[in-house]
Ligand binder design. Structure first.
Ligand SMILES: C[S@@+](CC[C@H](N)C(=O)[O-])C[C@H]1O[C@@H](n2cnc3c(N)ncnc32)[C@H](O)[C@@H]1O
Length: 253
């Protein structure tokens, strides 16, 4: 039985729910809420007339549309975003720029990049997170210049190898925060998923593989308390905010 579940108790929504379950083929469709396995605070998805939401014993429901609506309302001035400044590709129309986000998560960063007008391909290894992004694209919560691939990014880079040419690669590896009730619900979700999955993600290997890809720059998000991802090469420059910074490597390959 799959680990992840998506609940749908309405006949009207069954076809849409099945389509979501089919995207990764790793999420089981459940039509009776009593069948949900809630062991270890396991999160699950639920679809109702308000749309898709994330459910978990630890927090109140998170509706997917609210995640993206909040970002779009609060972050209008994209030129001011350090992430956009770090990824900035000059001398090319925005709609010709291709960014590869190898650590998609909930696509909260990716939506800014897509809204800015860059094409973005996201890769995410977790079926629940990949399905949420797939749903957000289908519903146009994300611009249609965004796409999601459900896969391990290291495999994606290795499989595509020489055929892959992108303007920039973005990496936002997991940062181990101290557990805090104050952490935003969506961040708690990603942390919880990582505890459940116990992913063995080697961020240095991913960075090194990204640097071997045909690209003009690799951008790595770091918490300000963290060192650069590797000691060499050092970042060409960085964009530093109050709590996070973006290390930019322009000498790739
Ligand atoms: C800190 S979160 C990224 C948050 C994201 N920037 C956002 O805006 O929502 C890191 C994500 O990268 C994913 N990830 C880490 N290593 C990966 C890999 N090798 N392949 C695919 N996904 C990976 C994790 O599953 C997790 O969802």
């Amino acid at each position: 039985m799959s680990k992840y579940q998506i609940v749908c108790t309405s006949n009207f929504l069954l076809e849409e729910t099945q389509q979501l379950a089919n995207f990764t083929q790793e999420i089981q469709l459940v039509t009776d809420i009593n069948q949900v396995e809630n062991l270890n605070n396991m999160p699950y998805l639920l679809i109702d007339e308000r749309g898709l939401s994330i459910r978990c014993n630890l927090f109140t429901p998170i509706y997917i549309q609210d995640i993206y609506a909040r970002i779009i309302t609060l972050r209008q001035n994209l030129e001011q975003e350090l992430l956009i400044q770090a990824l900035k590709i000059k001398n090319k129309p925005r709609d010709e720029v291709i960014i590869l986000d190898l650590t998609a998560g909930l696509a909260k960063d990716a939506i800014l990049i897509a809204k800015y007008g860059y094409n973005i391909t996201m890769v995410e290894q977790n079926p629940m997170l990949a399905t949420i992004i797939y749903y957000a694209i289908q519903k146009n919560y994300m611009p249609n210049n965004a796409k999601i691939i459900f896969m391990n990014s290291l495999d994606y880079l290795r499989e595509n190898d020489k055929n892959l040419t992108v303007d920039a690669i973005y990496l936002d590896p997991m940062f181990k925060h101290k557990k805090s009730a104050k952490a935003k619900k969506d961040m708690q979700l990603i942390q919880l998923i990582h505890e459940i999955e116990n992913y063995n993600t080697d961020e240095i290997l991913l960075f090194e593989q990204a640097m071997k890809t045909q690209t003009n720059r690799v951008v790595v998000k770091r918490d300000n308390k963290q060192q650069a991802i590797v000691s060499k090469p050092t970042p060409s420059f960085n964009k530093q905010g109050k709590t996070v910074r973006y290390d930019v490597y322009t000498h790739c390959l």
